[in-house]
Design a protein around this ligand. Structure first.
Ligand SMILES: Nc1ncnc2c1ncn2[C@@H]1O[C@H](COP(=O)(O)OP(=O)(O)OP(=O)(O)O)[C@@H](O)[C@H]1O
Ligand SMILES: [Mg+2]
Length: 365
């Protein structure tokens, strides 16, 4: 563990230390995290073949952002985070945290980041206050600079400060983990699946806490399965699938891609061809009586389509609409991304329902 306080480390400048290659005096880094060509292959073990969990990942997380890393099970989210946290060794590539290279300025890089792992591990026999003090000790934060009470209050745990951790609910434990990650006041906070298994009310609370930390200046990187969570909370989203970043954009720009909707019309009789009046809407005939229309929700042509249907003297007996969801965007993106060969033999180059192999987080590599 680190013996240097982040106050010195995270803000360390060149101060005669040529171990610190990138951070320059007084200047805050534009990117809180910057990853280039990051690749991780877990070695084969026993019958399990080698696994390429990250493939040539480039990712920049701007300082001050609330960044969501979104992807299905096994996509590589925890691997990426665990590399940043120093828990997993990368195979190749580079990563900088707050301008500090994780190889050449490891201590400063570690001090600049607080990580809440996917798996909760809290010693049940300590109180939240004791746990935070312990953690502060591990990070070498001098007693005078510790802010355990303040941090607990910020996470809505003030009234639990002296309760045994084992008496906390799941959501409270999650928040305690966030508090723990913040004791050394890192400028970058990383949350791996912060709301997995957290009920809606607590999820909202946790979101509020995270937003507040972000507003106060902490750059936040979180992973999630839930588009809705990323959408609500994050100003930027990267989508990762099969170890590759397949999209990375400002949230509103990414969501604009989700603007597509589909309308299915079912007619009372077989269609031998697409009626001329409907041709301008480019429908796809999915069976004898069904037409599928793709359109942008923002400029819905549904009234015109229905008018054209009437004009063509057709009768619709049923209809349905579908909105694009995360799975669609995955499918859409992965279709393009998999023109090259899939990375593992026998694996289907599919989208969202990719490798549901349970993750297997936390182990060093
Ligand atoms: N220690 C390990 N040894 C071998 N393979 C591993 C190890 N950790 C993860 N993997 C594999 O690497 C791939 C990426 O796993 P990772 O845990 O990074 O995914 P994730 O995106 O965090 O998934 P989840 O959403 O399930 O948490 C998976 O195929 C996983 O099985
Ligand atoms: Mg994970």
């Amino acid at each position: 563990m680190n013996s240097e306080t982040p106050h010195t480390a995270a803000r360390a400048d060149t101060a005669g230390n040529d171990q610190v290659p990138t951070a320059t005096a007084g200047a805050l880094p534009a990117q809180a995290v910057s990853v280039k060509g990051l690749t991780k292959t877990y070695k084969a073990a026993g019958k399990a073949p080698a696994k390429r969990a990250l493939i040539d990942v480039d990712l920049d997380i701007p300082r001050g952002s609330l960044f969501g890393l979104l992807g299905p099970n096994g996509a590589g989210k925890s691997t990426l985070i665990n590399i940043l946290a120093g828990l997993v060794n990368k195979t190749s590539g580079t990563a900088e945290i707050w301008g500090f290279d994780i190889d050449t300025a490891m201590r400063q890089a570690r001090a600049a980041i607080g990580v809440v792992p996917q798996e909760l591990n809290i010693d049940p026999f300590f109180t939240p206050h004791e746990l935070l003090e312990l953690q502060a000790g591990l990070y070498g934060v001098p007693p005078a600079e510790r802010r355990s009470d303040e941090i607990l209050a910020a996470m809505g745990l003030a009234d639990k400060a002296t309760a045994y951790a084992r008496t906390l609910s799941g959501g409270m434990r999650r928040r305690l983990m966030v508090a723990k990650a913040m004791v050394h006041q890192p400028p970058v906070l990383v949350l791996d699946e912060p709301t997995a298994g957290v009920d809606i009310e607590l999820r909202q609370q946790l979101w509020a806490n995270v937003r507040e930390l972000n507003r106060a200046g902490t750059t936040v990187l979180l992973t999630t399965h839930y588009l809705e969570e990323a959408e609500e909370l994050c100003d930027r989203i990267a989508i990762i699938n099969h170890g590759k970043v397949i999209a990375c954009d400002r949230t509103e720009r990414l969501l604009a891609r989700l603007d597509s909707k589909a309308l299915t019309l079912i007619f009372d009789r077989d269609l031998t061809a697409i009626p001329e009046a409907l041709a301008p809407f480019n429908p796809e005939q999915t069976d004898a009586r069904r037409l599928l229309f793709h359109y942008h929700a923002s400029d819905s042509p549904v009234p015109q389509i229905l008018d054209a249907v009437c004009g063509a003297g057709l009768s619709v007996i049923d209809m349905s609409t579908e909105e694009a969801d995360l799975e669609d965007i995955f499918l859409q993106l992965t279709r393009g991304a998999h023109d090259e060969a899939p990375e593992a033999p026998g694996k289907e180059p599919r989208g969202a329902e990719g490798s549901h192999n349970g993750g297997g987080n936390g182990a060093a590599g």
